[in-house]
Design a protein around this ligand. Structure first.
Ligand SMILES: Nc1ncnc2c1ncn2[C@@H]1O[C@H](COP(=O)(O)OP(=O)(O)O)[C@@H](O)[C@H]1O
Ligand SMILES: [Mg+2]
Length: 279
């Protein structure tokens, strides 16, 4: 339903996103995983029509977003990386304001705002100014604000960054519930655990290039299911193997201290984005 076709975004000599092609199906919970500077925000900004690709195009259900901005805007709910709340407005007013911008009928504004605040567990604070909200509550408010105009696709940019573990998990539950209700979700994150826990499919982006897509199991399997790890001459070396037996055999060459363990997504990410493995 969301199609990226050879999308490139250049800033001068720098390609923030290079020849990015991907198809996200309706109902997917897709995680775009990558380190700082990988191009995640640029990709979401292009998807939400804030900036145009230098080459290639993005379409939603076969309609190019640059040919029908209004349609794209209606279908997309966007939760940006940094706050888009009006600090001096209350939670309720923030939602109503967004709804009004999107042309929601007056009769519906209050009802939908109240419902969404209830859904996010923020009803008790609905008349408090956004500036009095904690980081986690602000995130929740940004998410429900993005839902005011009833989009069917939700884009979230590093939405749990800088939250503590408890709040991160609250946000995860909120997103799970929205996914269960039928929303298509595309989120960016640099937290491996978040990607692994929430997303049905992942894309690994690095230096503007999509390196791999698949489930976390598929990506780990490709890198190697087991890791042999040892510390020598001031650095940790990791070798990847398909089986534990192979990894143990690999360790038998005179290593004193080593560890054999199951590989996780972080191992796979580092391995798959290493130049040596890529080329
Ligand atoms: N408006 C801009 N002008 C120039 N360079 C930019 C701009 N936006 C992003 N970049 C550069 O593009 C690259 C990708 O940035 P970004 O999409 O923000 O990455 P991420 O969100 O993954 O951290 C970075 O090198 C960043 O400095
Ligand atoms: Mg970013």
């Amino acid at each position: 339903m969301i199609l990226y076709k050879n999308v490139t975004k250049r800033y001068g000599a720098l390609s923030a996103v290079s020849d990015f092609s991907l198809e996200i199906e309706r109902g997917e919970f897709f995680g775009l995983l990558g380190p700082n500077g990988a191009g995640k925000t640029t990709l979401l900004r292009m998807t939400s029509t804030l900036t145009a690709p230098s080459a290639g195009f993005i379409s939603i259900d076969g309609v190019r977003i640059d040919r029908n901005l209004t349609c794209a805007k209606r279908r997309l709910g966007v939760v940006p990386q940094y706050s888009n709340l009006e600090n001096e407005l209350s939670a309720l007013q923030n939602l109503e304001y967004h709804g009004r911008l999107y042309g929601l009928p007056a009769g519906k504004l209050r009802r939908r705002s109240e419902e969404l605040l209830e859904f996010a567990g923020l009803s008790g604070r609905k008349n408090d100014k956004a500036k009095t909200f904690s980081g986690g509550m602000r995130r929740k408010l940004m998410i429900v604000k993005a839902l005011m105009h009833e989009p069917d696709i939700l884009l979230l940019d590093e939405t749990s960054a800088a939250l503590d573990a408890t709040w991160r998990r609250r946000i995860w539950d909120l997103l799970r519930e929205l996914h269960k209700q039928g929303l298509t979700i595309l989120l960016t994150t640099h937290y491996m655990e978040e990607a692994q826990t929430l997303c049905s499919r992942l894309g690994m982006i690095d230096s503007g290039t999509l390196r791999r897509t698949g489930t976390s199991e598929e990506i780990i399997r490709e890198a190697g299911n087991f890791v042999l790890e040892y510390f020598e001459n001031g650095e940790t070396t990791r070798h990847f193997f398909d089986s534990r037996a192979d990894a143990l055999a690999g360790a038998s060459r005179g290593l004193n201290e080593f560890k054999v363990r199951e590989a996780n997504l972080e191992d796979a990410f580092i391995r798959l984005t290493q130049k040596r493995f890529r080329d």
